[in-house]
Write a protein that binds this ligand. Structure first.
Ligand code: C2E
Ligand code: CA
Ligand code: CA
Ligand code: CA
Length: 278
């Protein structure tokens, strides 16, 4: 099946006046985004639920095009179709590691930087080799890097996911299963995969605490992670009630607008410096 993301079509038809022409211009310009230095990273903090401390950040890609920030859902699908995601993804990885290492040295925070990997990077490149090279280049300790891989990618049969994750983990980096609970076709994969953390998809939190059914489901997924000896981070935490629920149910970590929005690197660094451990 052709994977022209529904999001993409929707965004173009909602926001642009002549979808086809504008889309072509955008796609054509994407080829030049890297050399024109138009890619940006935003960083969203991740918190330990029990202590309230910042323990990490997720790097989120943005494209600065004609003075506007284009969100990833508007260009990543095209970047994946064309293979552009390979050099872009490597740029994201290198920049994220470089930043995390600089922040670590400046503030004393042993921050865990989380980087999203695309299916294309796993299927068509030697990703373990790339990660090893970037870690050497940037000097970031491997334990400070986490790679986020979506559940749909991991259960895909064509991919020898377990092998790739094992290679990555042997480098000393950690692996998080992104959008956990959304894309599975069976729970079988859970017993085989070498992973460190699940990222509970925000769809599970949206109706917490109003919906009793959703509360039970979220609580069950947290408990399941723990029974499997895997950590769990909740994403999309938008209010105090959700945070209280997560604390009550022993969720390890939380990320979301209520705790901190994705921010530019200088804003993120300022926040770290403010809480500096040095
Ligand atoms: P994701 O990995 O699930 O990232 C979380 C998304 O949720 C981010 O959207 C983030 O801004 C948003 N978010 C965070 N907290 C909240 C909240 O409390 N409420 C709501 N409603 N949303 C929240 P963003 O930055 O637009 O990224 C969208 C997706 O694009 C990401 O989903 C990820 O799949 C992809 N993406 C982003 N950066 C990269 C990248 O460097 N490489 C790859 N391959 N994909 C990326
Ligand atoms: Ca992610
Ligand atoms: Ca996610
Ligand atoms: Ca998601």
């Amino acid at each position: 099946a052709k994977n022209h993301g529904r999001n993409r079509v929707q965004v173009y038809s909602d926001q642009l006046e002549s979808p086809t022409a504008d889309k072509l211009v955008l796609e054509n310009d994407l080829y030049k985004a890297l050399e024109r230095d138009e890619l940006r990273l935003h960083f969203q903090p991740q918190f330990d639920c029990a202590s309230g401390q910042i323990i990490g950040a997720e790097a989120l890609l943005r494209w600065e095009h004609d003075g506007k920030l284009v969100p990833p859902m508007d260009f990543i699908p095209f970047a994946e179709e064309t293979g552009l995601i390979v050099p872009m993804g490597e740029w994201v990885l290198r920049e994220s590691c470089r930043k995390a290492q600089a922040w670590h040295l400046r503030t004393g925070w042993p921050l865990r930087i989380a980087v999203n990997l695309s299916a294309v990077q796993l299927e068509h490149t030697d990703i373990a080799n790339t990660v090893a090279r970037v870690l050497t280049e940037t000097g970031l300790p491997p334990t400070m890097l986490e790679l986020e891989i979506t559940e749909t990618v991991v259960v895909r049969e064509s991919l020898r996911a377990a092998d790739i994750l094992t290679q990555l983990r042997s480098l000393g980096v950690s692996i998080a299963i992104d959008d956990f609970g959304v894309g599975y076709s069976s729970f079988g994969y859970l017993r085989e995969l070498p992973v460190d953390r699940f990222k509970l998809d925000r769809s599970f939190l949206m109706a917490v605490p109003q919906s009793e059914g959703d509360c039970r489901l979220a609580a069950a997924l947290i408990a399941m992670a723990h029974r499997l000896n895997v950590g769990i981070v909740a994403e999309g935490v938008e209010n105090e009630e959700q945070l209280a629920f997560l604390k009550d149910h022993g969720c390890d970590e939380a990320q979301g607008y209520h705790l901190g929005r994705p921010m530019k690197e200088d804003a993120f660094e300022a926040m770290l410096v403010e809480h500096s451990r040095l």
